[in-house]
Design a protein. Structure first.
Length: 204
C-alpha cells in the first residue's frame, strides 16, 4: 500500500510541475521604449527625384509620452536639409486635434508602433518648417534579442514637390514585464495537494 501511495505521489508531483512551470503560449507584449541604433529617411520629390539620409547616432523613443527636441535622436542631414526628430500633440493637416502619444506592442515575431505623433523640424534652403512624418509602423521583432526593424510610408501635402517619405528604424525594444498567471497556478497546486491528502487518508 505504501509503495502504491509513493507511486501516485510521484505522478501527482510530475503533473503539478508540468502545470506550474511549463511555458505557456506566446502572448502580446507592451513596448515601453525603442533604443534606436539605426534608421533611414527617403524623401520623394516627384519629377525632381528623391533624397535620402541615415541615422548615424543612437537614440531613444519612449512610449506613452511626448519628447521635445532633441531628446529622441541627434539631427540627420537629408539632401542639404537638417531633420530634427521629436514627438508632439500639435495639430497637423488631417489631424487638427493632434496625435496620441506613441504606443507599441509585439506579437510573436511582429512589432507594431503608433508613431502618428512623430514630427521633424526641418531647416535648410527654402524650407524651415515642422513636418508630421509619423504613421502607424510595423516590422519584425526578435523574441530572443528584442531586436526590431520597423518601417512606414508617409504621404505629404503642402510642401512643393514633396510627395512622400519612407522611414525605417532599427534597434532594441524594451518591454513591460509580463504578468505571471499566479491564480491559475495556485489553484492547480492546491487542487493537487488536496488530492494527495485524500489518497493518503484512504490508504491509512
Amino acid at each position: 500500500m505504501k509503495k502504491m501511495f509513493v507511486a501516485i505521489l510521484s505522478v501527482c508531483s510530475l503533473l503539478l510541475g508540468t502545470g506550474l512551470f511549463s511555458a505557456g503560449p506566446s502572448q502580446a507584449a507592451t513596448v515601453t521604449q525603442l533604443d534606436i541604433t539605426g534608421g533611414s529617411i527617403s524623401l520623394n520629390f516627384g519629377v525632381l527625384g528623391s533624397v535620402s539620409g541615415n541615422f548615424t547616432q543612437n537614440g531613444q523613443l519612449v512610449m506613452g509620452q511626448y519628447q521635445p527636441l532633441p531628446n529622441i535622436i541627434p539631427p540627420v542631414a537629408v539632401g542639404g536639409h537638417t531633420f530634427s526628430i521629436f514627438t508632439s500633440n500639435q495639430p497637423f493637416p488631417g489631424n487638427l486635434g493632434g496625435a496620441p502619444v506613441p504606443t507599441g506592442t509585439t506579437s510573436g515575431s511582429t512589432m507594431t508602433v503608433d508613431l502618428r505623433s512623430l514630427f521633424a523640424g526641418v531647416t535648410g534652403p527654402f524650407l524651415t518648417s515642422s513636418l508630421n512624418i509619423g504613421e502607424p509602423a510595423s516590422g519584425t521583432f526578435n523574441t530572443g534579442t528584442n531586436a526590431f526593424n520597423i518601417s512606414w510610408t508617409q504621404p505629404f501635402t503642402g510642401v512643393p514637390f514633396l510627395t512622400s517619405g519612407i522611414f525605417t528604424l532599427q534597434g532594441t525594444a524594451q518591454l513591460a514585464a509580463a504578468p505571471v498567471p499566479l491564480p491559475a497556478a495556485a489553484l492547480l497546486f492546491v487542487s493537487g495537494l488536496s488530492g494527495i491528502a485524500w489518497l493518503r487518508r484512504r490508504m491509512t
